[in-house]
Design a protein around this ligand. Structure first.
Ligand code: GTP
Ligand code: PEQ
Length: 218
C-alpha cells in the first residue's frame, strides 16, 4: 500500500518547546520520522514523504528506505488533498494511507491492522487522543481531509457526507502522537525504536514520583 507521511521540516514540534531546544526538536522529529518509515516498510507499505520546503533527506538521522519525497509548502490539509486529487483519475479504489510522522510507538503489526481495515472500508481512521487523525486509509474517490481541531469527528462527517463506508481503528500505538512534553513518557515506556533511544541519550528518564508518570531530564 502506498503510504503518505506528512512531515513539517520547518520549526517542527513547537509544542515540545518546554522540553527541547529548536535543534533538538528538529533532530527528535526526524528520529520519529525514521522510526515511522521503518515500521511502514516492515509492514509492507511503500512510504512517500510529503514535506514542507527545507526538507533535506541527507540530514541526520537519515531516513530509511530512501523514499520518494514530494515537497509542498501549502498547509497540511491542502497538501494532502492535492495528493488525493492527483490520484483520482484512474486511481479510484486504490487505497492511500496517510500516516503522521510523530507516531513514535507505531509498529509493523499496528500498521498492518490499519492497512487491513483500509482494504475493507472506504475510509479507515486511527484517531489520536484528543480527537486528531493520526493515521487513515482512503479509497473513496470523493473523500477529502480537513486536519486540525477534532479532525477525527470532521473526517467521520465528511465520510458520511460523501457516502463512504467508515471504520475506526482502535490502536493505542497509532493513537499516541507525540505532541507535548507528557507524551515523551509514552515513548520511554512503549517505544521500541530510535526515538526512545534518542530521548534516553538526551538525558530523559521516567518520573513516577507522583500522579501520572512524567519525564525528567537529568
Ligand atoms: N507536509 C506537511 N506536514 C505537516 C504540516 N504540519 C504538520 N505536518 C506533519 O503532520 C503531522 C502532525 O503534525 P502536528 O503535530 O499537528 O504538527 P507539528 O508541526 O509536528 O507540531 P507542532 O508544531 O507542535 O504543532 C506530523 O507528521 C507533522 O510533521 C504541514 O504544514 N505540511
Ligand atoms: C494534524 C492534526 O494533528 P494534531 O494537531 O491533532 O496533533 C490532526 O490530527 O488533525
Amino acid at each position: 500500500m502506498e503510504v503518505l507521511v506528512p512531515f513539517s521540516a520547518d520549526r517542527p514540534k513547537s509544542r515540545l518547546a518546554d522540553a527541547l531546544s529548536p535543534s533538538e526538536r528538529a533532530a527528535f522529529a526526524r528520529t520519529m520520522l525514521a522510526d515511522v518509515l521503518a515500521a511502514i516498510g516492515d509492514a509492507g507499505g511503500s512510504p512517500r514523504i510529503l514535506a514542507t520546503d527545507g526538507f533535506d533527506p541527507t540530514d541526520e538521522p537519515t531516513v530509511p528506505l530512501d523514499p520518494p519525497v514530494t515537497v509542498d509548502d501549502r498547509p497540511l490539509t491542502d497538501a494532502v488533498n492535492a495528493v488525493l486529487e492527483e490520484r483520482r483519475p484512474g486511481g479510484e479504489g486504490d487505497p492511500l494511507a496517510v500516516v503522521m510522522a510523530d507516531l513514535a510507538l507505531a509498529t509493523p503489526a499496528a500498521l498492518r491492522e490499519l492497512f487491513a481495515a483500509g482494504r475493507e472500508a472506504d475510509v479507515a481512521i486511527a484517531p489520536g487522543r484528543g480527537g486528531g487523525t493520526n493515521a487513515l486509509v482512503v479509497s473513496h474517490p470523493r473523500f477529502h481531509v480537513d486536519y486540525h481541531g477534532a479532525s477525527y469527528l470532521d473526517h467521520r462527517r465528511i465520510a458520511a457526507d460523501v457516502g463512504a463506508g467508515f471504520a475506526a481503528v482502535d490502536s493505542h500505538r497509532l493513537g499516541t502522537d507525540i505532541d507535548e512534553t507528557d507524551d515523551l513518557a509514552e515513548v520511554l515506556i512503549h517505544g521500541e525504536g530510535q526515538a526512545a533511544t534518542w530521548l534516553r541519550e538526551a538525558g530523559f528518564a521516567l518520573d513516577a514520583s507522583e500522579g501520572r508518570v512524567a519525564v525528567v531530564r537529568e
